[in-house]
Design a protein. Structure first.
Length: 507
């Protein structure tokens, strides 16, 4: 569509003009809330003010303030820059209000401390085109701005941003050719933790009917732990952890305080327990109000009964972090024992893991227990909780290995992103496909991912049986996809009955 009429859409706040791009109409950088600066700093998102005339929606909005991306590569700075962090982007086959296409809303990951919707790896054109769906991506506050528990501020501001973006979708997406009654939220890593949190949040109820959670991270913070971590962030900034004090610091300077704390978190293990080795001082906070309880508790009680859920993980999640830290094959016996003592479930977890995986090297044990604690078992448990609460969940595992470095990275964390979006040479995809080109296997998997994800968004059925605790039907995504009982049965048994409770403050 190239007519001016098809490129212009009127939202509740004013008119926007997009661009025709290869059979789609694309809108970038539409504000869904006021810039969260000045009096709005550290507060819940505020409705965007109306504007006169037609706003050009050609460029992604600036990313929220954040530290550099993993691997010391600076986050690309899109144009324009400024304080308008809270924006959405829309890819649509046509701006026909009568089309009522399924809507897919993407929430990025990044350890709750980095990420933005303008990253090239999240270019949604292939997904929108392949599935004939409307895709929306959004920015939300990360790090101190979005997740630190501060005096005078609501908890989980980043999650409240996501709710505000979903409200924008509800109120405006019809004009872009989407169906506000057929909305699917999907996200990976911290994005999957966000999706899981939205399932448990009263404020998000009714804003979406389907959810896809890719590699759900287990850590959620208790209010006591989050408060103590905020005190340490404040110390790094030389201030108390309050809105009144921290508002005096430029938003772009504050991420450095979080970075300095990350560098010394391991020394706080006596107080912060399992949170300390993650070196990530941010996570959703179970504050009893914005987030009343963990997603697992909420779903088991029936909070997601009316939402269809697709959830899964990658087989070798933690291997990515070993590779980024240049630790592959270098973990000592002492390091493996320490990880097993910290993360393995139960008082005898180390012995249980060693007996369950006889002959495993120190690196394999170190990777295995952190893969299980951080992503695999939380993802499995989400499916189990949804089922226990009377809802329906479909489970998957990605087992295809990234081709770079002779396949040494395996089916690591984040591999599903370039496969889903078809962005093999962007962001993490550039590492996972480095020097290999794009194998036909990868393109076939991309077609599979896109068909399953958009099919689920359209019908709620990804094409295989729902999970139950007897058959444990799991879609294994590989060169030859197959449905089989949950593949990580050894780990499942080790973690049976473990409660992913909010991480506590130990003393």
């Amino acid at each position: 569509m190239t007519s001016a009429e098809g490129l212009e859409v009127r939202t509740a706040a004013g008119a926007v003009r997009g661009r025709a791009e290869d059979g789609l109409v694309v809108f970038r950088g539409i504000p869904f809330a006021e810039p969260p600066v000045g009096e709005a700093r550290f507060q819940a998102p505020r409705p965007v003010r109306s504007w006169e005339g037609t706003r050009e929606a050609y460029a992604f909005g600036p990313p929220p303030p954040q530290e550099p991306a993993f691997g010391d590569q600076a986050v690309a700075q899109p144009t324009p820059t400024g304080d308008d962090w809270l924006t959405v982007n829309v890819w649509t086959p046509a701006t026909d209000p009568a089309a009522r296409r399924p809507v897919m809303v993407w929430i990025y990951g990044g350890a709750y401390k980095l990420g933005h919707s303008g990253s090239p790896g999240y270019d949604a054109q292939h997904l929108a085109r392949a599935g004939d769906v409307v895709v929306v991506t959004l920015n939300y506050r990360v790090g101190v701005e979005g997740f630190a528990l501060l005096e005078g501020a609501p908890a989980n501001r980043g999650l409240l941003d996501q709710v505000a973006a979903l409200e924008w979708v509800r109120d405006n997406i019809t004009a872009f050719g989407g169906d506000p009654g057929q909305v699917t939220v999907f996200g990976e890593s911290a994005g999957a933790g966000s999706v899981s949190s939205l399932l448990a949040m009263p404020a998000a109820r009714g804003l979406f009917g389907r959810a896809v959670a890719q590699s759900v991270p287990g850590p959620y913070f208790s209010a006591e732990l989050a408060r103590d971590i905020a005190v340490e962030i404040g110390k790094e900034a030389g201030l108390t952890p309050s809105v009144a004090a921290l508002s005096a610091v430029d938003p772009r300077e504050l991420p450095s305080a979080g970075m300095r704390l990350s560098a010394r978190m391991r020394s706080c293990e006596d107080r912060w327990g399992q949170a300390a080795p993650t070196v990530t001082p941010f996570a959703p906070v179970v504050d009893g109000e914005v987030l009343p309880c963990t997603p697992w508790e909420a779903l088991a009680a029936g909070a997601g009964r009316d939402v269809e859920l697709l959830v899964g993980h990658n087989r070798d999640e933690y291997r990515l972090f070993l590779a980024l830290g240049e630790q592959l094959g270098r973990i000592t016996e002492e390091q493996a024992s320490a990880a097993l003592r910290i993360f393995a479930p139960g008082p005898d977890g180390e012995r249980a893991y060693r007996e369950a995986f006889p002959g495993a090297t120190p690196t394999e044990l170190y990777e295995r227990v952190q893969t299980d604690w951080l992503f695999n078992m939380p993802s499995l448990r989400l499916a189990q909780a949804q089922t226990a609460g009377g809802g329906r969940a479909h489970l998957y595992e990605l087992t295809w290995s990234a081709p770079a470095f002779g396949g040494a990275l395996g089916a690591c964390h984040g591999l599903d992103i370039p496969l889903l979006f078809g962005t093999y040479d962007a962001d993490l995809g550039a590492l996972l496909f480095a020097g290999t080109g794009v194998p036909d296997e990868a393109r076939a998997l991309t077609a599979r991912f896109q068909s399953v994800w958009t099919g689920f968004a359209r019908t709620g059925d990804p094409g295989w049986p729902a999970y139950d605790d007897e058959r444990r039907a799991t879609q294994v995504l590989d060169v030859t996809p197959e449905v089989r009982p949950y593949p990580e049965e050894v780990a499942r048994r080790l973690w049976e009955g473990y409660d992913f409770a909010p991480l506590p403050l130990l003393k």
